[in-house]
Design a binder for this molecule. Structure first.
Ligand code: MSP
Length: 638
């Protein structure tokens, strides 16, 4: 039996409405939760709201509401948002709930009784935005680095937690458990911080200054500092100290946060746990920040569209996919509508969507919409099996997902999708279908492709649960079954022959970025005409293909088809191309193209051409090949 899995998000402050940043972290938690479910683990997923402290009181005052009704209102907004994003936490904790307050008071009392909380007069630099004291060396130019305001000097008698006592223990723990805080850059950040002496933590606020908080169990005149209160949500929600959930899940706790709250989670929280005699969490997973590129967001009625709104325009699964695929966990990323649309068109509409509709269309055309039966003797002899690639993709996906490598896990799935697309091209089912003698081979090819799609439907489930379910339905799989269990995905041959397949649908319609594009015929109907003789990979390797940037373009006089191009392909070259009927020279400047760089130079209409451009062409249509993102001129094509 695999260990249970417990994942938490930060509990969000209710002084702001939910936005992209909150949505990202909670989506990551949902993806991790679903993924661990695929492994067959018992899982628990916690999120909630952080509702005490002066920031909240100020926000309530701004809205002319009492803190109580204000926190009820915003907390409900968070709670309502999650199902809209297809996120289903196991529990939602609010720090104003009695179950939480009781645990905070119990833990405070325990630490106080153990002698790790003391009372002292303190004068220090306090940032009201952060609700904490700052030391001189933490300030940047004398200002709080987050709020860019000079903190105020205040003098107060308060309670302090002896955090400094646990400094050596914490350093030792982090050193002995290299993946306690991950990725490594954040572990290093915490260790760097711990190189300086740790100060004790002020954990109270006098009620004369703040009433909206949890009263200290040992002094009626004080409330608890909001971080000391909030962090304990991770155990209070489980029913600490003796709830069943606590016993089952706490030993496997993994927290998920962004880099902004690394210090409370990497330093306060483990030392608090240690002082309270509670085992520390297993992993702190820290991600970077999404920066929203406003110039690349569409506007409606003069208002900039909120990033979260884009899920309603482009579809929730595509939105979730983009968040997981475009951020390298741990690093910052920039969010833009353009990047989202590019991802949808390339990865979803093109790679996955086309494959899915091609394969199902062929199953309908050649096998009357049923899963074909495969001759068991033929299968092992097939030249192009997909089983090994599928098993490799599942292994890579699992390893990456376990380490929170979402973008690389998805890249592994898309590598397999690419292999399937090539499998269609090489095995040419439309040719096999022409000949009765290859009927058994055709059945095997289509069966392999359907099986491959079954694996893909399972692997995309944590990120795109709705699309996975649609694929499942179109592959004729039982809707009641958890088709996405890794164990099932690994059992190649899971699709029963004869299963009826509903007609294919477009999973992700392409988003038209240039309005007047002509619809293209579906690729599988084109067939492969004019196929040339077979060549070896070595022969192909002798062709030197390179990325080139067009520096200059002009028509060749007296030749109505030719354009003379100056390109940078690592060096400057002249190339003459027969594309004048399809492209205006001015439109070509600045574009990247693919050239054959080792073609023997030839003179065309008196101009020496030192290479050739690659283009797709049939009849009257022609399209230049370009890399799908900007590459350095001269980059080889492999
Ligand atoms: N209430 C505290 C957390 C207490 S946990 C015991 C808090 N709340 S918050 O509402 O400010 O949420 C901060 C978290 O929101 C970040 O750690 C991150 O998870 C998420 N994000 C907020 N903005 C973000 C981005 N721009 N990008 C990515 N995530 C961000 O801190």
């Amino acid at each position: 039996m695999l260990d249970p899995f417990y994942i938490t998000t930060p509990i969000y402050y209710v002084n702001a409405r939910p936005h992209l940043g909150h949505a990202y972290t909670t989506t990551v938690a949902d993806v991790a939760f679903r993924f661990h479910g695929m492994q067959g683990r018992q899982c628990f997923f916690l999120t909630g709201t952080d509702e005490h402290g002066d920031k909240i009181v100020e926000a309530a005052e701004r809205e002319k509401m009492s803190p109580r009704s204000y926190v009820d209102m915003i907390s409900a907004e968070f709670r309502r948002l999650w199902p809209e994003l297809n996120i289903h936490p196991s529990d939602f904790i609010r720090t104003t709930e009695q179950r939480h307050i009781a645990v905070v008071q119990q833990v405070l009392q325990k630490i106080y009784d153990a002698g790790d909380i003391y009372f002292s007069e303190y004068e220090g630099l306090y940032c009201f935005g952060c609700e904490r004291f700052y030391t001189e060396r933490e300030l940047v130019d004398g200002k709080c680095p987050d709020h860019e305001k000079a903190p105020e000097r205040i003098r107060e008698a308060n309670y302090f937690f002896k955090m400094s006592r646990y400094q050596d223990w914490l350093i030792d723990h982090i050193e002995k458990h290299p993946d306690f805080i991950r990725p490594e850059r954040y572990r290093n950040e915490v260790l760097a911080f711990l190189r300086e002496p740790l100060e004790d933590l002020c954990i109270s606020r006098p009620k004369t200054r703040l009433r909206w908080g949890i009263t200290l169990p040992f002094d009626e005149e004080y409330v608890t500092y909001v971080w000391f209160d909030a962090l304990l949500n991770y155990v209070s929600a489980l029913g600490y100290p003796d709830g069943e959930r606590y016993t089952t899940f706490w030993p496997h706790a993994q927290h998920l946060i962004a880099k902004d709250i690394l210090k409370p989670h990497g330093i306060y929280w483990p030392t608090m746990l240690r002082a309270a005699g509670i085992p520390v969490y297993q992993h702190l997973n820290v991600h970077g920040y999404w920066n929203v590129d406003q110039s690349k967001m569409s506007k409606s009625l003069g208002n900039v569209i909120e990033p979260l709104e884009l899920k309603n325009i482009y579809g929730l699964d595509a939105f979730r996919f983009f968040l997981m695929r475009d951020m390298t966990f741990g690093l910052d990323s920039s969010f833009s509508e353009e990047a989202l649309v590019e991802r949808i068109n390339a990865d979803l509409a093109n790679d996955l969507g086309n494959l899915f509709s091609r394969v199902l269309a062929m199953a309908h055309r050649y096998f009357k919409g049923r899963v074909p039966e495969v001759d068991p003797d033929l299968e092992p002899k097939l030249r192009f099996g997909l089983k090994d690639e599928a098993l490799q993709a599942i292994d890579d996906f699992e390893r990456q997902m376990e380490g929170f490598g979402f973008n690389t896990a998805l890249a592994a799935v898309w590598k397999f999708i690419g292999q399937m697309n090539r499998y269609v091209d090489y095995s040419m089912p439309w040719e096999l279908a022409k000949n009765e003698a290859s009927a058994r081979q055709l059945a095997a090819v289509i069966y392999n492709l359907l099986e491959g799609l079954r694996v893909v439907s399972g692997l995309i489930y944590p990120v795109m649960p709705d699309t996975a379910a649609r694929m499942q339905q179109h592959l004729g799989l039982d809707a009641g079954e958890p088709f996405y269990l890794l164990e099932r995905l690994r059992a190649w041959g899971g699709l029963p022959a004869g299963t009826p397949l509903p007609k294919a649908v477009a999973l992700f319609p392409r988003i038209d970025t240039r309005k007047k594009e002509k619809p293209q015929p579906p690729p599988e109907s084109a067939g492969l005409r004019d196929l040339k003789e077979e060549i070896s990979i070595e022969t192909f390797g002798r062709v030197d293909l390179r990325v080139a940037t067009v520096l200059h373009a002009e028509p060749v006089p007296r030749a109505d088809r030719l354009i003379r191009l100056e390109v940078d392909c690592g060096e400057r070259r002249t190339i003459v191309a027969g594309i004048a009927k399809h492209y205006d020279p001015a439109d070509l400047v600045g574009r990247q193209v693919i050239i054959v760089a080792n073609l023997k130079p030839a003179k065309l209409m008196g101009v020496l051409s030192q290479g050739m451009l690659l283009a797709a062409s049939r009849g009257k249509s022609l399209a230049l090949l370009t890399p799908d993102r900007e590459m350095k001129p001269g980059t080889p094509i492999r």
